[in-house]
Structure formats: C-alpha cells, structure tokens
Design a protein around this ligand. Structure first.
Ligand code: BEZ
Length: 191
C-alpha cells in the first residue's frame, strides 16, 4: 500500500450512516487539536495498544530519515485510552490530509467516559497505520525507539517533541502508558 492514503480514505468510507461522528484520538490528535469539534470526552477503545511503530515522512521526519510516531496494534485484552471528539463529516477532509502518511480510517466501538465517570458506548472512527503501508517501521525495543526519535525531525518539528507532548497530554488525562513512559525515560538520557 502506498503511504499516501488520502484517496483511499475518501473513497472507501462514507459517513452518512452516522447520526453522531466520534473521532477517537490516541496520538497527536490528543494534544494537537487543529480542527473544530462539537464536544470532546476522554475515552478508550478495547483490543488495541498504542505503539511508536509507524514512520513519519511528512511531520516528524523526512523520507530520507523518517521519524517514529504512534499507531495502533491489535492486541486482545488491551485497552488504549485517549480523547474522543464529536465532529462533522467535513472535518475528515482536513484530517485525511493531516494523517495521510499511511493511516486508514476504521470503525470501532469507542467508550466515552462522561464527567460522572459513566461510560457510554458509541461507534467511532480511528486512524490506523498497519504493517501493509510503505512507511511502516515496526517493532523495536523502547530503548532503540528512543534513540531513533532523538535523531529525527521534520516539517512539524522535533520527533522528541511529539513523544513528550503525547506523554504530557496522557498525564493530564491521568493515563499511564508504559510504552510511552519507557520511551520517554530512555529519551531523557539522550537529549
Ligand atoms: C491519533 O492521534 O489518533 C492519530 C495519530 C496519528 C495519525 C492519525 C491519528
């Protein structure tokens, strides 16, 4: 699969069957909210884990020196926490371009956690970059991922900034993700 997924996303998934569209963010969508939304709510999805296994040619790296950014890996029994946004269908024109480097939209159940702690299940949308896309980098140790991140930058800035901003946004949500905190710990010894 080509890394540029804009046309695929816009042709394969219509959003007409939704009365409310909830976009679940697990990476930069948690801290870089450059799109209008109707409401937002802390949320989680089941059966997925956040991993820095996707290459970034266009934001936190270059085609010659791709950075490492977050994607989701299917893993039974896992839970991935993030932020859900209720958006209109038009926002996907911008989002498909922003996340064009290998990410495809998928539909999954999203569990919204409201202010009183109750959970509400909705059909939601996530972006996933799987191993079929040509920018995929795959698994490595947290130590090796930190060393990789320390040496990458792209048009959106330092790769390390992406990791640190995500770690801080998760902390604000009260979420501990051991994969992210271990990468950050190794990174702190390098930069
Ligand atoms: C997210 O934060 O959900 C996200 C991260 C990278 C690409 C697409 C979405």
């Amino acid at each position: 699969m080509l890394a540029n997924t804009v046309a695929q996303n816009q042709s394969r998934q219509t959003l007409e069957h939704y009365d409310e569209i909830w976009l679940f963010g697990y990476g930069s969508l948690i801290y870089k909210v450059d799109f209008p939304y109707l409401e937002k709510c802390p949320a989680y999805i089941l059966g997925w884990q956040r991993r820095f296994w996707q290459g970034s040619h266009d934001h936190r790296g270059t085609p010659e020196n791709p950075g490492r950014v977050a994607t989701l890996i299917a893993q039974a029994g896992s839970r991935c926490d993030g932020m859900a946004y209720r958006v209109t269908a038009e926002e996907f024109i911008h989002l498909d371009h922003r996340e064009k480097n290998g990410y495809l939209r998928h539909e999954v159940p999203v569990f919204l956690i409201n202010e009183s702690g109750q959970q509400v299940k909705k059909l939601g949308i996530i972006y996933i970059a799987d191993e079929e896309n040509s920018a995929y980098l795959g698994e490595d140790s947290e130590e090796a991922i930190a060393a990789h991140i320390a040496n990458c930058r792209g048009p959106s800035g330092e790769n390390s900034e992406y990791l640190i901003m995500l770690d801080e946004a998760l902390a604000e949500l009260g979420v501990v993700d051991p994969h992210i905190s271990q990468i950050r710990w190794h990174l702190s010894n390098l930069i």
